[in-house]
Every structure is written in structure tokens, then in C-alpha cells.
Design a binder for this molecule. Structure first.
Ligand SMILES: [Zn+2]
Length: 81
């Protein structure tokens, strides 16, 4: 199964400014509807709560960075690491 990595941060107003860090979300390639996303750090977000990002900007979520394969690997077959 191929997992796509999506980076996003909470939209302004949904959480405190200090918690608006960029999370990394593993999304199955087969998944077309992003109804609910759970980041590597365990934070979960529903529709309308996330600002999807093309590239990492701002402050990254440290836990997500540590748990994810790393930014820039948009397509990474699961189990490769
Ligand atoms: Zn996170």
C-alpha cells in the first residue's frame, strides 16, 4: 500500500496560535476523501479545520517530524523503511 504524505496546519481560529504547527498526515493513496486526518503525533482534524500546504512553512510539529518518514517524500511505499 502506498501512503501519501500530506502536510497541513490548523486554520486560524480553530486552535491557539501557538498550536498552529505544521503536522504531517499519512494518507492512503486510495483515499480520495479527506474526511478525517490523524497526524503522526496523534492530533486528529476534521473537514474545514486544516489548511493544506504545498510545502512546509512556519513551525513544524516536532512529534510529527520525528515520527514521519520526513518532508519531501511525497510518495513513499509503506514498508520501505
Ligand atoms: Zn503533529
Amino acid at each position: 500500500m502506498t501512503v501519501r504524505l500530506v502536510i497541513a496546519r490548523p486554520l486560524p481560529g480553530t486552535v491557539g496560535e501557538s498550536r498552529r504547527v505544521v503536522h504531517v498526515f499519512p494518507v492512503p493513496a486510495e483515499e480520495t476523501t479527506l474526511e478525517r486526518l490523524t497526524a503522526y503525533c496523534g492530533e486528529a482534524f476534521g473537514p474545514g479545520e486544516l489548511e493544506l500546504l504545498e510545502r512546509p512553512v512556519g513551525m513544524p510539529c516536532v512529534t510529527c517530524l520525528r515520527c514521519s518518514p520526513g518532508p519531501g517524500t511525497a510518495e513513499l511505499p509503506a514498508g520501505e523503511r
